[in-house]
Ligand binder design. Sequence first.
Ligand code: ADP
Ligand code: MG
Length: 275
Amino acid sequence: MKSLPITIDSVRKAYGSYVALDDVSLDIRAGEFLTLLGPSGSGKTTLLMALAGFVRPDSGKLLLGARDVTRLAPNRREIGIVFQNYALFPHMNVLANVEYPLMLRRIPKAEARQRALDTLARVKLDGLSERGIGALSGGQRQRVALARAIVFEPRVMLMDEPLSALDKNLRETMQYEIRRLHDDLGITTIYVTHDQREALTMSDRIAVMNSGRIQQIDAPQRIYDRPSTRFVAEFMGEANIIAPGLARKVDGTGASRETLMIRAESLHLNASLAG
Ligand code: ADP
Ligand code: MG
C-alpha cells in the first residue's frame, strides 16, 4: 500500500473571536509517525478534525499527496480515524463494527467479512468477533476502534488521544502495538497526545503546539535536548532556565547573551572542584 504525505498550509480557524488555529503549517512525510503534542486547549483536536473534514478552516489549505481536500466531504478523504471516545456502535457486535467502513464502500459481504476477520487478527482480537461492544474491556474497545480505522486500508490515519482512558500498563502495551501496526502497514499517521513521554517514545517527529500555534517540529531527542522556545523547554520536562548575562565561564569571563536551559539530569556534582 502506498502511503501519502500530508501538507497543512497556513490553516486558520477561529470560534468567534477565539483563534483555535493560528496559521498552522506542517508537512508530514509519507509513512511518517508524527505526534501533535500540547496542553489541553492548544488546538490539537481542531487541527485533526480539520484534516478529517469535520471542522472547516476559515482559510488555508489541506493536501493529501497532491490532492487538495480542503473542501472535500469527510467520507471522501479516505482517512482512518480513531476518536478519543472510540465512537463504536454499541448496538453492533465487534465484527459488524469493523465491517462497517467496508459496507459503506459497497464491498461484497463475503469479502468484507474476510477482511474484517483478518484485521481483527492483526489487532489480536481473534475469537471476539461475535462479542457485543458492552462486553469488552477498555483495551479491547480500543483495539476494535483501531481495527475499524485500518480495515479499509486508508493511506492516512489520525488518532486523537486514543489511549487516554486506559491505565498505565495497558497504555504502554498499546503504545508499542500502535507503533508496530504503523510500521507494518506504513500508513502516514498523525497521533495526538498531551502526554510528553508518550510522544517521546512513539514518534518519528513531534510538533509541539500551544495556543493554536506550532512551537517546534523536530525529532523527539531534539525537542527534549534543544527546545527552541521557553514553552517547549518547560513543557517537556524539568528545565532550569538561566537568564541572559547570568552564566559565566569558570574564570568569570564571557557572560552568556542568550537564555540557557539545563535539564536537571545533566547536572553532576564534582567533589574535586569543591572548596
Ligand atoms: P485540544 O484538543 O488541544 O485540547 P481543541 O482543539 O479541542 O484543543 O480546542 C482548542 C480551543 O478551541 C479550546 O480553547 C476550545 O475551547 C476551543 N474550541 C474547540 N471547539 C470549539 C467549538 N466548537 N466552539 C467553540 N470553541 C471551541
Ligand atoms: Mg483534544
